[in-house]
Design a protein around this ligand. Sequence first.
Ligand SMILES: Cc1ncc(CO)c(N)n1
Length: 241
Amino acid sequence: MPASTAHHPVRSGPGTTFERITTDCQQEWTAYIQHEFVRQLGAGTLPADAFQRYLRQDYLFLVHFARAWGLAVYKSRNIRELRQGLDSLKTIVDIEMGLHIEYCATWGITEDELAALPEARATMAYTRYVLDAGQRGDLLDLHIALAPCLIGYADIAQWLQAQPFTVRDADRNPYAAWIEMYASAEFQQAARAEHLWLNDRLAEVGPTRAAELTELFRDATRLEIDFWQMGLQGEKQSHDH
Ligand SMILES: Cc1ncc(CO)c(N)n1
C-alpha cells in the first residue's frame, strides 16, 4: 500500500512509522505527489520543453543521488548495510544512468549536452540538502532525506495509475514510458523494501528524534516540490535553465 493512502497506524509504545511521518507532512506530501507537473505528465498535456528541462536536470540529480548512496556506504555500521548501499549505488551508476541517457536521446538530448549542463538552483538545493543531511546525521537521516525520491516516485506512479485523467497508452501520451518505469515491479519493489527498512528503524526512535526526522522529511519533500516547479516553469531571474 503506498504511504500516501495508508491508514494511520496504531501506535504502541515509543517509535514512529513512515506512515505517521507522511501523515504529519500531509500537506507537503500531497502537494508533491499530486503536483501540477505530475498531473500534466499523466494526462499527456505537459509541454515538451518542460519535460526536457526536467529530464536534463534529473540527470544531474542522478549523479548526486549516486553520491548519496556512496555516502550511505561510508555511513554503514555493518557489512549488510554496506552491501545495501553498494547495491543501490551500482544500480544507479550501472543501470539507471544508462537508461536515463538512452531515454534523454529519445527526447533529442545528447550525452554531450548532459555533460555540459548548467545546474538549476532547484537541483543544487535538493541534492546538496540530502548530502548534508547524511553527512551531519546518520544512515537513518540520509534514508529519510532520500525517501521522497524512492518512495515518492513509486507513490506518484501508483497515484497516476489510479487517476481517470491518466493516459497510459504510449500512442496518446508521450510520457507513458516514464509512468511505466516508475510503476514497474522492480521500482515498486525497491520502494517497498526501503519502506520496510525505514519502519524497522523508525520503530526504535524516541519522540525528539521522530520530530527531527519528520522535519527532515518535510524539507526534502518541499525540495522535491521545487524540482517539479523548476520543470514546469524553469527558473526565473538571471539564469534560466
Ligand atoms: C528529482 C527526482 N526525485 C526522485 C527520483 C527517483 O529516483 C528522480 N529520478 N528524480
